[in-house]
Design a protein around this ligand. Structure first.
Ligand code: FAD
Ligand code: SF4
Length: 329
């Protein structure tokens, strides 16, 4: 053992086939780690807070990369980079909500290598947990953020259950609004998971943020054509314009016919452990026109059921204002 601090030893695997990646994941069950662009992963390793024994790099598997139009909509390989999503003509024409969210992720350098799969499966940024403290999410019996002295400015308003951390992914909100389907491969085949059910809160699983099992790989994300060319709104409020996570964000998709909303999805980021659907707002929006009056009527519904912590009350007016802005004509 060296007496100085170095990155722990790990084995790097670079499979070229999905079946090989699945076999490797199975062989290293519990000690394997999938690698996309590494932009969440390397932080964990550099902070010495996670210690995988085997790194399985997905970047050499061609079938996991690329954007393809299909009969039912569009399919995006999980290893497709955010920059490829941001520049894709069909996504920008028909499903612009996703590129608008992706371009607000982090910085150009991170978007160049960060993958859509990694962005969706990344872990929460709660600093107590990221520093390696033994909180509930790390298997301990305490939440440092939700304590009398806890610094919880960035934490949740909804869905807390022991843990009050929030989902950090900007693209997750857009994909829930677009009713995407996640495709997960496992040793038995594959399963299809609606985006709305892909992300989980601490009441479902305290140490996970998605339903993916240890032996599963997210291979693709499918967006249905139902939402092609509809009205979209994305906005993210953060302390800085770049290189920063959402304090609150909104991804909205609406079907507007004859100036009246006939269907709507409103999803907020930064307020719960998973993308938070504003179901009351969605329901009430049906039959409304895009206008200041509608915006004012819907805004209070956005925060129904919110349970702010000591330092995050400021997120309540932010949420309401983001709903207002999404509803402006
Ligand atoms: C300074 C900084 C700022 C950031 N700002 C933002 C931000 O504003 N918004 C935002 O959304 N994110 C942000 N991030 C987080 C992150 O870097 C990006 O989200 C990036 O897109 C992650 O993708 P990746 O491919 O690099 O992930 P990786 O680190 O490769 O993977 C992340 C996690 O997902 C798992 N994984 C990767 N691919 C798959 C797959 N196909 N199937 C199953 N599991 C998989 C990995 O095992 C790992 O646990 C930021 C990160 C940093 C360091
Ligand atoms: S909010 Fe969750 S991740 Fe953060 S300290 Fe509490 S239990 Fe841990």
């Amino acid at each position: 053992m060296p007496s100085y601090d170095v990155m722990p030893d790990l084995q790097l695997y670079q499979p070229a086939e999905l079946s090989d990646a699945l076999n490797l994941l199975d062989r290293h069950r519990g000690e394997g780690w999938l690698l996309g662009g590494g932009q969440d992963t390397f932080g964990w390793l550099k902070d010495r807070a996670k210690h995988p024994r085997a790194m399985i790099d997905l970047n050499g598997i061609d079938e996991l990369r690329g954007i393809r139009e299909t009969d039912g909509g569009i399919e995006i390989g999980a290893v497709t980079t955010l920059v490829d999503i941001i520049g894709h003509p069909v996504l920008n024409r028909d499903y612009a909500l996703l590129p608008r969210a992706a371009v607000r992720v982090a910085s150009p350098q991170i978007r160049n290598v960060g993958t859509l799969g990694g962005n969706l499966v990344q872990d929460t940024r709660c600093w107590y947990y990221r520093r390696g403290l033994s909180c509930y999410r790390a298997g301990g019996n305490l939440c440092y953020a939700d304590s009398p002295q806890g610094m919880n400015r960035e934490h949740s308003l909804f869905g807390a259950s022991r843990c009050v951390a929030v989902s950090p992914s900007d693209t997750a909100t857009a994909l829930v609004a677009l009713e995407a389907t996640m495709v997960a491969a496992n040793p038995g085949g594959e399963r299809l998971i609606p985006a709305d059910r892909f992300f989980v809160g601490p009441d479902t699983h305290i140490t996970r943020m998605t339903v993916l099992e240890d032996d599963e790989i997210l291979t693709a994300i499918r967006i249905p054509s139902k939402w092609a060319g509809k009205r979209f709104y994305f906005e993210k409020v953060s302390d800085r314009r770049a290189w920063d996570f959402a304090l609150v964000s909104i991804a909205a998709a609406m079907v507007v016919e004859n100036d009246v909303i006939s269907e709507a999805r409103f999803v907020c980021g930064g307020v719960a452990c998973k993308p938070h659907r504003l179901r009351n707002v969605e329901k009430a929006a049906i039959g409304m026109a895009l206008s200041e009056e509608s915006a004012d009527a819907l805004a209070p519904l956005a925060i129904e059921g919110a349970k702010p912590l000591n330092y995050n009350h400021f997120k309540l007016p932010l949420m309401q204002n983001l709903v207002r802005r999404a509803m402006r004509a």
